[in-house]
Write a protein that binds this ligand. Structure first.
Ligand SMILES: Nc1ncnc2c1ncn2[C@@H]1O[C@H](COP(=O)(O)OP(=O)(O)OP(=O)(O)O)[C@@H](O)[C@H]1O
Ligand SMILES: [Mg+2]
Length: 502
């Protein structure tokens, strides 16, 4: 039965028409996915259901009755719970406080029962198979775990309509699997689940219905059995994408740009000796906790290391700050674009030039605003950032995937020799993803060295010239990517079979 129905919903921001007459019906006991390119209007639609934005026209019905949801509290009272795309957990509160914010268990006289709250919270995490210290501060957790907290926070509210906007973008495979099992369970109990993702395998695994949006328009709803990847993709982008990955490096064995010897940071990674070369894309794969991001942070000078050596462009270096690394020609595109990648409250053009500000300063020391705009426009065009006149927009008003592209522009403008990209296509739709892959290959062909950390195995296999596999802080093996299989890489990531590196 239809629990939630949207009728002819329209919404504009200024003269940007983001949703045009969108009608969708969502049933109880079903998982209904929404898919569409970056900026198609998915998150906006969800925020309308959640009472965060008001729609310009159209109706929302719950159980067949028209409702007005003026704010998130009213939506929540109507049984709607939303896990938003951008994290909203409070870093300075504990895990349990985050989960039970506004509905804390209380004791006599209304005091918060912390003991009970911690126990209840541990119980909630157990449901999705995750052991976590309920008293840990959320800021001390990895992005992936913060995402888990965000999800558990909503799950603990026993909602009737559960909406998840790209919930798995920072989760490991295991966490994702646990979440999906829980979604299956909630579905069997009658919960109506709305699921947004760019990952087609997730969509296929979960969905009873799939609705495709394109440029704010409803394209169609498909039922299980009716859809496959190609149908979905062509409905999303209005064309076939063909081969999704670019060819491999034309030449291998170029100059070594960065090299480490026994590089170690206690408790994070150990004894890493590796080389990254000009003109090549080296993938780094490992399960969550393998130490990939930690290694990148230390190479880039955002963290220290305890022992071992780092050589960049033939010279031994010891970067004490990211600034020193950037000046030398080493850049790092963060996996946490909101936390430490972009200034979301500033406009697009200032975010693009900030990594290389001296380039837009006149000989007299003045910022040249014309040049800043020109640079921003070039990247907006090159990277196909939407909307295409967004140089003066605040970054936070762009869709998630377009924010990611702004992050790319920022680092490309710093003109690096070696670029480390950490989860470069997180939150990017299939079409734009192929463009970013092609762009990375083109940059490598033009002499840039690229190190790509990614949790998506198809992306690692599709794009990398060689794959460095890490397991619990150690480098297991660097594999040349001549038709590597998922199994080749995964068995090493789990450190099964292969050689033991004790
Ligand atoms: N607060 C806002 N102010 C102005 N424009 C906005 C605002 N929020 C969203 N938009 C615009 O609405 C459009 C749709 O954005 P939305 O976030 O809904 O896309 P999306 O489908 O969720 O994309 P993604 O897959 O990248 O997350 C974009 O063009 C975006 O720039
Ligand atoms: Mg979105």
């Amino acid at each position: 039965m239809s629990v939630l129905e949207l009728r002819n919903i329209s919404k504009s921001f200024g003269n940007n028409h983001v949703l045009n007459n969108v009608s969708i019906s969502f049933n109880e006991g079903e998982i209904h996915s929404i898919i569409g390119e970056n900026g198609a209007g998915k998150s906006t639609l969800i925020k309308i259901i959640g009472g965060i934005y008001t729609h310009d026209s159209g109706e929302i019905l719950i159980d067949g009755k028209k409702v007005e949801l003026h704010n998130p509290l009213e939506a929540s009272a109507a049984g709607i719970g939303i896990v938003h795309q951008e994290l909203s957990v409070a870093g300075n509160m504990t895990v349990a406080q985050n989960v039970f914010v506004n509905h804390e268990p209380t004791k006599f006289l209304g005091f918060v029962d912390f003991k009970k709250m911690n126990e209840m919270s541990a119980e909630e995490f157990k449901k999705i198979g995750i052991a976590i210290d309920p008293t840990a501060l959320v800021s001390s957790l990895s992005v992936g775990m913060q995402q888990v907290v965000e999800i558990v926070k909503v799950l603990s509210q026993n909602v009737r309509i559960l909406i998840l906007d790209e919930p798995t973008s920072s989760l490991s495979d295991k966490e994702t699997n646990n979440l999906f099992q829980l979604l299956d369970l909630l579905k069997s109990r009658g919960t109506c689940i709305i699921f947004i993702s760019h990952k087609l395998d997730e969509i296929k695994r979960l969905s009873d219905h799939v609705t495709v949006l394109r440029d704010g328009n409803f394209v169609g709803t498909l039922e299980k059995g009716e859809y496959d990847e190609n149908t979905i993709i062509s409905m999303m982008v209005g064309r076939d994408l063909g081969n999704l990955y670019p060819p491999k490096a034309k030449q291998r064995g170029g100059e070594v740009l960065l090299r480490t010897e026994n590089f170690s940071r206690k408790g994070k990674f150990e004894d890493i000796s590796i080389e990254f070369r000009k003109g090549e894309i080296t993938g780094i794969f490992g399960l969550v906790g393998a130490g990939r991001t930690e290694l990148a942070w230390s190479l880039f000078g955002a963290d220290s290391h305890d022992s071992g050596k780092e050589y960049f462009l033939g010279k031994e270096v010891n970067f004490k700050s990211p600034n020193q690394a950037i000046k030398a020609g080493l850049c790092y595109l963060t996996e946490d674009r909101k936390g430490n990648g972009l200034f979301v409250g500033m406009d697009v053009k200032d975010n693009v030039v900030v990594s290389n500000i001296s380039d837009v300063v006149s000989p007299a020391g003045m910022l040249q605003s014309n040049k800043i705009t020109e640079v921003a426009r070039k990247y907006i065009e090159d990277l196909d950032i939407h909307p295409d006149n967004c140089e003066n927009f605040l970054v936070k008003s762009l869709s998630g995937g377009n924010q990611q592209k702004v992050l790319f522009a920022k680092w490309l403008y710093a003109n690096p020799k070696l670029l480390i990209v950490d989860e470069p296509t997180r939150g990017i739709d299939v079409g734009a993803k192929a463009k970013i892959h092609n762009m990375l290959r083109e940059l490598a062909d033009n002499g840039l060295g690229i190190v790509m950390i990614s949790s998506e195995l198809p992306e690692i296999l599709g794009l990398s010239d060689s794959v460095a596999v890490m397991h619990e802080g150690r480098l297991v093996e660097v594999l040349e990517n001549d038709n590597l299989s998922e199994q080749d890489v995964l068995s090493r990531a789990f450190n099964q079979g292969g050689e033991e590196h004790e």
